[in-house]
Ligand binder design. Structure first.
Ligand SMILES: Cc1ncc(COP(=O)(O)O)c(C=O)c1O
Length: 423
């Protein structure tokens, strides 16, 4: 009888024991991740679908028109890497259209924001270069940096121009090649941070870099990830960089389509030489099947809506709801921070309801049909655990009222539990 183990030299039980031990470790720390299903009737206060485009009838109508306007037998799958069969006039025209919307010289599509960040950061910094990054940048940027040939990767304190200046000065002082311009320094930031929803002080960062490094050498380069700003911030949703008018100060901008644009994928905006370099060296672009026509059409749909102003009302409504929820949460008054605290930055659709027991608060909201999620360490620093609430253009004032009343009822319950415990 043949052995059930195809490789008699391996011992699967050893491997599975290791996997089980790792999972057990997570369980014991209460940090085991699980896939969950969102009940279809729940109210979305969780996804990054900020403009509610994923359920928008306008989006759907335009998208299906694009799909059905494809000629008969037009391939719906790209069939290969962008460098082989995966390219098309449609993809190239889309890149030009998006780049022009963002006031950028050129753009290169990636299959996701994760791939874009990995592609850019793994190959653009040259051997010995220095990467200075905000301590809270996304996991995909960390993954790219891990693969990069940069000599040093140094964090600075979150969104702190003084900390950037200190780190930058130290790096420049200790590195003659940085001083002479033989080496480069990359400053990696996001424009809106996914967990706190705060906006980076990009202008101040630019001033720091120009003061400390760019005195005629021009060897400092900004890479900014606009994942959470795309569609929701800036003129017609073009992002924070365009709102500030600092496009030309950014070497690379990454915009992603899976959040407010209700689609999938990302674009790297850069100069044509950088685009050509990425086509040659970004492995997350080269060794993967390119986005097929249905994805490109959905990205095109979203950008047409932005460019034609069709999302402006959604953006206004989102801002109105943000203000409304902000006021309602303010009206809850101040609570013992050991129970509850709200962190919110003006104009941001992301609210943090900080609590030492975010799972309990999230569960109370979920029981009432409001989909929110607890965010635990290590996704956020220890002690900063929270329930993340995300608003969408499609939410209603009544839904927000329901959420706030649920939070209030939970808070009152917690307080009376504490009083009883003290007796
Ligand atoms: C700041 C940031 N960058 C990049 C990504 C990755 O983008 P995508 O979901 O398109 O892979 C995310 C998404 O979680 C993000 O929050």
């Amino acid at each position: 009888m043949p052995s059930s183990n195809p490789n008699p030299n391996s011992n699967p039980s050893t491997l599975l024991t290791s996997l089980r031990t790792a999972l057990q470790h997570r369980k014991s720390k209460n940090s085991l991740r699980r896939l969950t299903l969102v009940p279809p009737t729940s109210t979305d206060f969780s996804s990054n679908d900020f403009l509610s485009l994923s359920t928008s009838p306008l989006f759907r109508a335009r998208y299906t028109t694009h799909l059905s306007s494809a000629p008969p037998f037009y391939p719906f799958a790209s069939g290969g890497s962008r460098l082989l069969t995966g390219n098309s006039p449609y993809a190239e025209a889309l890149e030009t259209f998006i780049a022009s919307f963002h006031n950028a010289p050129s753009g290169l599509l990636f299959n996701s924001g994760f791939d874009a960040n990995v592609g850019v950061l793994s190959c653009i910094p040259q051997p010995g270069d220095v990467i200075i990054h905000d301590e809270y940048i996304h996991a995909s940027a960390h993954e790219g940096m891990r693969l990069s040939r940069a000599g040093r990767k140094v964090p600075f304190a979150h969104s702190c121009p003084q900390s950037l200046e200190d780190v930058l000065r130290r790096e420049v002082e200790n590195d003659e090649k940085l001083q002479s311009g033989e080496r480069n320094v990359f400053i990696v930031i996001e424009s809106i941070y996914s967990m706190d929803g705060d906006i980076a002080p990009i202008r101040e960062f630019v001033e720091v870099v120009e003061r400390v490094v760019n005195k005629g050498k021009g060897n400092a380069y900004f890479i900014v990830d606009e994942a959470h700003a795309t569609g929701a911030f800036g003129p017609r949703g073009a992002g924070v960089v365009q709102e500030l008018g600092v496009e030309e100060k950014m070497f690379i901008r990454v915009h992603t389509f899976g959040k407010a644009l209700g689609s999938h994928g990302a674009i790297v905006l850069c100069c044509p030489e950088t685009r050509e370099y990425l086509i040659n060296y970004a492995r997350s672009l080269i060794y993967t099947t390119a986005l097929g026509f249905p994805f490109l059409a959905s990205i095109r749909t979203a950008y047409e809506m932005l460019a034609e102003g069709e999302t402006e009302e959604l953006q206004r409504n989102l801002q109105h709801l943000i203000e409304y929820l902000g006021n309602r949460l303010d009206a809850l008054g101040s609570w013992d921070p050991a129970i509850f605290e709200v962190d919110h930055f003006p104009r941001s659709p992301i609210f943090s309801l900080r609590s030492p027991v975010p799972r309990q608060l999230a569960a109370a909201c979920q029981r009432k049909g409001f989909m929110v999620h607890p965010i635990m360490s290590p996704t956020v620093p220890k002690g900063k655990e929270r329930v993340r609430v995300c608003l969408h253009a499609g939410n209603t004032v009544e839904e927000i009222d329901g959420l706030v009343e649920t939070i209030l009822a939970w808070l009152n319950g917690r307080e009376s539990e504490k009083r009883v415990a003290r007796l």
